[in-house]
Each structure stands twice: as structure tokens, then as C-alpha cells.
Design a protein. Structure first.
Length: 248
């Protein structure tokens, strides 16, 4: 798929209603394969790697959130989708909220799942985020899936996820300054928020505040889980997702 001049790594699989997945910062959709393959049993899942992630090349300049929104809009246009469930993690939460709160929202989304969404500004320095969003974090999340961990390790090359380039560091510094507090009340989709209480990248207070500000949102907290709670405690997360998406 060519998106705005970027040869974009993407995949569409499964069958049923449409489901769009938006990955977290620096975390290609392959990292979430256990969840996505599970969802593909009931949905047509579309996942893509944003610029600078996986095999999708980096932008030539640091991006802002609006650039990611435009990129995702173009993906939706190429898919031809006008309605979909959206599942998102971390930075993908920013993108989902930005899309759904827009006056000219390009898609009907009746159900939204936000996994540790980085939608509110957290007072941390850039070095901290570069450390948290590292291969070390992914390794912890993938411990229950050794084959996937090995595949992911080989795909990333050197340890620590390789140091981010100046362009991607500049992009991250712009993204972590984003605060979507004022946009949250405009997201009308029925929303499930899933958070680990040990998340140090998007702390639990963010999920708690989102639950209060969004018109139709409920928060599930997973004790002992971190930023990749959906993988660290996949058994519990899978059951929670099934319950929400099946309408219970």
C-alpha cells in the first residue's frame, strides 16, 4: 500500500465487520499478533505500520499529530471503509481520539477500545520516553509468546530497539506534548479502556480521567500489568475484549 508517498507495511485479514488497529509508538502491528489473530476470527482486521515503524520508512521531517491523522485518513480512504470498530494502543489512542473528535470524522465508530492510550500529557522528559518505548519493554510484554519474541528480536536488529533517529526523536517530543483533554467529550463511541496499574508510560490516572471525560466509557484495570497489559495478561484481556465487543 502506498500512502501519501510512503510504501506502507500493512495487512488485512479475517472476515466479518471492519476493525481498524492503530499501534503504539515504535511498536509494529506484528507485536500485537496474538490479539489481532484472535480478533480476526470475528472481524476483518486492518493493521498498518505508521511511518518510522517496521518496514514503513521514516518521514523526512519530524511529524506532529496532524500528520498521523492525515496519514490514517488516507489509509481509510484506500480501504474504502466508512464504518469500523477501532482498537488502539498508546500513541494509537492519540490518533483514534483525534479522528473521532473531528468535525469531519471520516468514519463511523460505534465501539472503541483504548489500551493504555497516551492521550493526556504526562510530565516526563524525552529521554524517559525513549527508554520506556524500547525493545526492553517489548521483551517483557512478549515473554508469554517466545516464538513471536524471537521473530520480533530478529526484525529489530540491535538491542534497545535501535536508538531513535533525530527525526523520530523530534516526532516523539512533539507527540508527548499533546493533551487531548478538550477532545475527549467529543468522542461518542462506546469506549472500553484497559490499563495496567503498573503502567509507567501512560499512568493509570490517564485512563481514570478519560473515563470521566468521555460520554460512554468504562475502565478495566489489570493489577500488576504495565504498558503492554494486553500482552502481559492476554488471557484476561482477551476475555474482556470478547465481552465488550460481543455487546455484553
Amino acid at each position: 500500500m502506498d500512502v501519501l508517498g510512503f510504501p506502507t507495511q500493512n495487512e488485512v485479514w479475517g472476515s466479518g465487520p471492519n476493525l481498524l488497529f492503530l499501534h503504539g509508538w515504535g511498536a509494529p502491528y506484528a507485536l500485537y499478533r496474538p490479539m489481532l489473530d484472535h480478533l480476526a476470527k470475528r472481524y476483518t482486521v486492518a493493521a498498518f505500520n505508521m511511518p518510522g515503524v517496521g518496514e514503513t520508512p521514516e518521514p523526512q521531517r519530524p511529524w506532529q499529530l496532524d500528520d498521523y491523522l492525515g496519514f490514517t485518513r488516507e489509509v481509510l480512504a484506500q480501504l474504502g471503509w466508512r464504518e469500523a470498530v477501532i482498537v488502539c494502543h498508546s500513541h494509537g489512542g492519540r490518533v483514534a481520539v483525534g479522528l473521532l473528535a473531528a468535525d469531519d470524522c471520516p468514519i463511523v465508530c460505534r465501539k472503541l477500545v483504548v489500551l493504555a492510550g497516551a492521550c493526556l500529557r504526562n510530565k516526563r522528559g524525552l529521554k524517559y520516553y525513549l527508554k520506556v518505548y524500547s525493545f526492553k519493554t517489548a521483551k517483557l510484554a512478549l515473554k508469554p509468546f517466545p516464538k513471536l519474541l524471537e521473530k520480533y528480536r530478529q526484525s529489530k536488529g540491535s538491542a534497545d530497539y535501535k536508538a531513535s533517529s533525530p527525526v523520530m526523536r523530534g516526532t516523539l517530543s512533539r507527540l508527548v506534548a499533546v493533551d487531548q483533554t478538550k477532545l475527549l467529550p467529543r468522542v461518542k463511541a462506546s469506549t472500553l479502556l484497559i490499563w495496567g496499574d503498573k503502567d509507567d508510560a501512560a499512568p493509570l490516572w490517564i485512563g481514570q480521567k478519560m473515563e470521566k471525560l468521555m460520554p460512554d466509557a468504562g475502565l478495566v484495570t489489570l493489577a500488576g500489568a504495565g504498558h503492554f497489559a494486553v500482552l502481559e495478561q492476554w488471557g484476561r484481556c482477551g476475555a474482556i475484549l470478547d465481552s465488550f465487543l460481543n455487546g455484553r
